[in-house]
Write a protein that binds this ligand. Structure first.
Ligand code: AGP
Length: 613
């Protein structure tokens, strides 16, 4: 997820764009850059790292001009280097982009065959090249942009300048957010990925819809359809947010914003990783040879905290769908247990930050013992990503809240893709079964949206139980790690003690804890464990435990079980229940913490990335 800001009007656009990028830095901070178009001359300044690097670089230059486009980057394709930083310029067409060009490799090869040379590793650069090709074929600027984008498969929010038409600026939206704002005078326009970047200058905004293109000129602005070029009329909305609220896009906390970003984050993690007809998986980006893929006789997963929970779910998937023996270790334990790791071991390190010291150390130990390492990270070029032989990135975008939410669901998404990839290569799943699983994956964002739409039910549940001192979370099978994750979410942000337990273990001890003061969360999806789970929650009810039941729509609660708080979850493929059932637990934890008045985004004693052992 990146941040775009653009300005056209009578003022110097440089300070306006820099101010806007500052407000959007939470969207990504791998690199920053801006382009100024003065008198048919493009001037571009870029810097690796946070925005302050760019500001330091240009401070003495007293840059001035308009229009100006700017970008702060969260790297998805191409390392965080200055060459990969936006804006990207090709023969006077300059682009800043938020999104993913799924088919950029084939377009890049096509353009290279036509004599184009590229100056970056990014997917974005193909866009400027395609526009130049249309311009050279005699198409005017706005139609050159339209025609070029009709070749693109993927998501994009763009701002585009063309050296030969300095009195024009173009913005386009396709599945990535983009907001326009109107200045005080005709001919003054602001464009940004998100509202915070605009509020200092205007509260009159227009939300572009997908497949729309805005053409800005001194005499006015036009909005046209990307596919048909027809002019569209758009409503001007008045924004009442205060700037702080706006940085969280109107959400009270980053954590809540990130919980609600999960449908997009899962979609973005799937983008570019399915084959042409979306019936199978394509993880060639990892770069393992066929010999390597076939050489793995066992899998070990090392991780911490929430990432460890993702690994626990993946164990069920790897063993049931690929038949590869899989172990999951807490990273800080792995390196000291003299692990049995060899040349035929694939060791997967799961880490949102890519900087967790325990996970890094565990992977270094595995490397020392000859294993092949695969990183599953959310941060490009992070230490763990750089250490490993292959990397599979989650495209969750920056996760600012300390409590991991969208990183977790995108880790599960990426891991499930990896499982399907290995099941296909080992033929432990038929092509039909893989196609069915991919279809279920593609439906996930919709199913997640439906759960999120019922957030008020979780707020009500939190209101009823936020005063308690202890919670128990019970589940079976591949949902047991979700019981652990739900308990971790609650304890780390609300400071209420909570434990996740395999439901079958309750009678071996924890049942002694249950009384009328103990809320017991039970995950009871319609799967092979349902009958056993029903008897478990009957045991809870028989001891006056307060039952919070998360289940499918068809589960009939036995009549003797009364006073149940219930949340119904849509039925999806059994394997994907973990991705759906975790979301109401994230919301239950979030609303409980808000009611407790804790610091939700930065809970006491915690850090977003634990870079010490
Ligand atoms: C999760 O909510 C916690 N913030 C924490 O357990 C986290 O998952 C753990 O520290 C691992 O971080 P990583 O994914 O960046 O390696």
């Amino acid at each position: 997820m990146c941040g775009i800001v653009a300005y056209m009007g009578p003022r110097n656009g440089v300070p306006i764009v820099l101010d806007g990028l500052r407000k959007l830095e939470y969207r990504g901070y791998d690199s920053a850059g801006l382009a100024i178009l003065n008198d048919h001359k493009i001037e571009i300044h870029r810097s690796v790292g946070k925005l302050i690097g760019l500001e330091d670089k240009i401070r003495e230059k007293n840059l001035c001009g308009t229009p100006v486009i700017g970008h702060t980057r969260w790297a998805t394709h191409g390392r965080p280097t200055e060459a990969n930083a936006h804006p990207h310029n090709y023969e006077g067409v300059v682009v800043v982009h938020n999104g993913i060009v799924e088919n950029y490799l084939e377009l890049r090869q096509e353009l290279i065959a036509l004599g184009h040379t590229f100056s970056s590793e990014t997917d974005t650069e193909v866009i400027s090249h395609l526009i130049v090709r249309e311009l050279k074929a005699g198409t005017d600027f706005e139609n050159a942009v339209r025609q070029a984008l009709l070749r693109i498969r993927g998501t994009y929010a763009l701002a585009v300048l063309y050296e030969q038409e300095p009195e024009k600026m173009i913005a386009v939206r396709q599945s990535s957010p983009l907001v326009l704002a109107l200045g005080e005078t005709v001919g003054e326009y602001f464009v940004a990925s998100d509202i915070p970047a605009l509020l200092a200058w205007s509260r009159d905004v227009i939300f572009l819809d997908d497949g729309e293109l805005a053409v800005f000129a001194e005499q006015g602005m036009r909005i046209i359809g990307l596919a048909d070029g027809d002019q569209r009329e758009k409503e001007i909305r008045r924004i009442a947010w205060d700037p702080i609220m706006a940085e969280k896009s109107g959400y009270k906390h980053f954590m809540l914003k990130e919980i609600f970003e999960q449908p997009d984050a899962v979609s973005n993690t799937l983008l570019g990783r399915l084959n042409e007809d979306r019936s199978g998986v394509d993880l060639s980006e990892i770069g393992f040879s066929e010999e390597q893929w076939q050489s793995f006789k066992e899998i070990k997963i090392v991780a911490c905290g929430t990432s460890w929970h993702a690994g626990l779910v993946a164990k069920y998937w790897f063993e049931s769908l690929t038949r590869i023996p899989t172990e999951v270790d807490i990273a800080s334990e792995f390196r000291y247990r003299d692990p049995l790791v060899g040349l035929e071991t694939l060791v997967i390190g799961i880490s949102q930050s890519g900087e967790t010291a325990d996970t890094l150390a565990a992977l270094q130990e595995a490397r020392r013992r000859g294993a092949c390492l695969l990183a599953l990270c959310n941060v490009m070029e992070s230490s763990i990503a750089r250490l490993c032989d292959g990397v599979l990135y989650t495209h969750a975008g920056p996760e600012i809240g300390v409590a991991s939410t969208k990183a977790f669901t995108t880790q599960l998404t990426a891991l499930f893709l990896l499982v399907l990839e290995m099941a296909a290569r080992r033929q432990t799943l038929s092509a039909e079964e893989i196609s069915r699983q991919v279809k279920a994956l593609l439906h996930l964002p919709v199913a997640l949206e439906k759960v999120l739409a019922r957030a008020p039910e979780l707020e009500k549940m939190a209101r009823k139980y936020h005063h308690v001192n202890d919670y128990l979370y019970l589940a079976r099978g591949l949902n047991f790690p979700i019981a652990l994750e739900g308990a971790l979410k609650l304890k780390e942000i609300s400071y209420i003690h909570a434990e996740g337990y395999p439901a079958g273990e309750m009678k071996h001890g924890p049942i002694a804890l249950i009384d009328e003061n103990m809320p017991v969360v039970v995950l009871a999806p319609p799967d092979r464990h349902l009958e056993k789970i029903i008897s478990n929650f009957q045991e809870v009810a028989a001891r006056d435990g307060r039952l919070l039941l998360f289940s499918g729509p068809d589960l009939e609660v036995p009549e003797e079980v009364s006073g149940v708080d219930r949340f119904v979850v849509e039925v999806v493929g059994e394997e994907l229940n973990p991705l759906l059932y975790v979301v109401p637990l994230q919301l239950l934890a979030y609303y409980t913490a808000v009611l407790k008045g804790t610091d939700v985004d930065q809970p006491r004693n915690l850090a977003k990335s634990v870079t010490v052992e």
